[in-house]
Ligand binder design. Structure first.
Ligand SMILES: [Zn+2]
Length: 357
């Protein structure tokens, strides 16, 4: 665990760090030994001085100014080796940020004078991402910012460092959750109207964008549902639905209560391309039947992605229209449900009963 940098303020804290040769304290202060005239970083392996012979300085410069010399062993006037390495990764991040084109691993490693192998490993341990993933994430961020500023789609793509438009379009869904032109057209500030009410399964919220029904949420109370809608559509303008919309909501609720009926309203399905694949596969699971997470993973041709499939099910915002309640554990257990396991059980029972009728 990283200690807080403000943990070495008092003399008592600093002395304790010196006694413990605390490497986390390196760079936070130095200690000087009055009897030898030398100053060290807290982790120095040299023998500890007596406390009464020790003075503390916030920076190496302050110790030098007070007339002490830097220890040759721990070199307190230089960056700690650990920090030097982290500084190189920080430098690599700045290089990525300022580069107009994607950089290869070898190029990046060369720019910070490291071997590709060590650079890759250190980069991952410092940032939690591979250099390539970090680079992609950065480009996606830039693309989003560019589109929000109102740049043309093609310009935003090139500015974001995607090599060509077609290369971009393969990554667009993953980066934005929708295509660039949709985002540009105002996905971020789209108008969403919603209606809250009560049905057999409890409280519901149905929302609609310009493109179609974009949320069907189930829950215990209207406030929580509206909060959920705000979380899902953080930059949309949310307004209570008009009369015409209320009649469409009636159709949605009819469908929720009796999912064997045809759902004919357009859906505005937003998600990554992977989520969309999962949801598409779910929509082909007929009422009254169930599928396991691993079967679903197989159906989309990614048998190893069981956990990601479960994640996509949990991210579904269109209850029943995308029937994530029809996914159960391989052993037949109900597993989780975004809107509560009880509600899942009830939905499945309703469907089985109707199958028999
Ligand atoms: Zn030293």
């Amino acid at each position: 665990m990283m200690k807080q940098t403000n943990g070495y303020i008092t003399e008592q804290q600093r002395w304790q760090a010196v006694e413990q040769r605390d490497t986390q304290a390196d760079g936070q202060f130095v200690f000087a030994v009055k009897t030898t005239g030398i100053f060290c970083r807290p982790s120095c392996s040299a023998r500890r001085p007596l406390r009464e012979n020790t003075a503390f300085y916030a920076t190496p410069e302050a110790a030098l100014e007070a007339g002490f010399r830097a220890c040759k062993r721990c070199q307190p006037d230089k960056l700690a080796p650990e920090r030097q390495r982290v500084a190189r990764i920080a430098e690599a991040c700045r290089i990525i940020e300022s580069s107009e084109v994607p950089l290869t691993l070898d190029e990046l490693a060369g720019r910070v004078a490291m071997s590709s192998f060590h650079f890759h490993r250190l980069f991952k341990s410092v940032t939690g991402l591979t250099p390539n993933a970090w680079q992609k994430a950065h480009r996606a961020r830039r693309l989003r910012a560019g589109l929000a500023q109102g740049k043309g789609v093609t310009n935003a793509i090139f500015d974001a460092g995607f090599q060509s438009e077609s290369a971009y379009y393969h990554q667009a869904d993953a980066a934005l959750g929708m295509t660039a032109s949709q985002y540009r057209k105002g996905g971020a500030r789209a108008h969403v109207q919603f209606v809250v009410g009560t049905c057999q399964l409890g409280e519901f919220l149905v929302a609609e964008s310009e493109r179609g029904i974009c949320a069907i949420l189930l829950g215990e109370n209207a406030e929580t549902l509206i909060g959920e809608l705000e979380t899902e559509f953080p930059s949309s303008q949310l307004t209570p639905g008009d009369e015409a919309f209320a009649s469409r909501v009636a159709q949605v609720i009819g469908f929720i209560e009796s999912p064997t009926a045809e759902f004919s309203l357009p859906l505005d399905i937003r998600g990554t391309s992977f989520q969309q694949q999962v949801w598409q596969a779910l929509r082909s699971v007929p009422p009254g039947s169930t599928v396991s997470y691993s079967e679903l993973a197989e159906r989309i041709g990614k048998p190893a992605a069981v956990r990601a499939v479960a994640g996509a099910c949990a991210a579904n915002t269109l209850a029943v229209a995308i029937p994530c309640h029809r996914v159960i554990r391989s052993d037949g257990g109900l597993s989780g449900y975004r809107w509560g396991v009880e509600r899942k059980r009830q939905l499945l029972e309703n469907e089985t009963r109707r199958q028999k009728e």
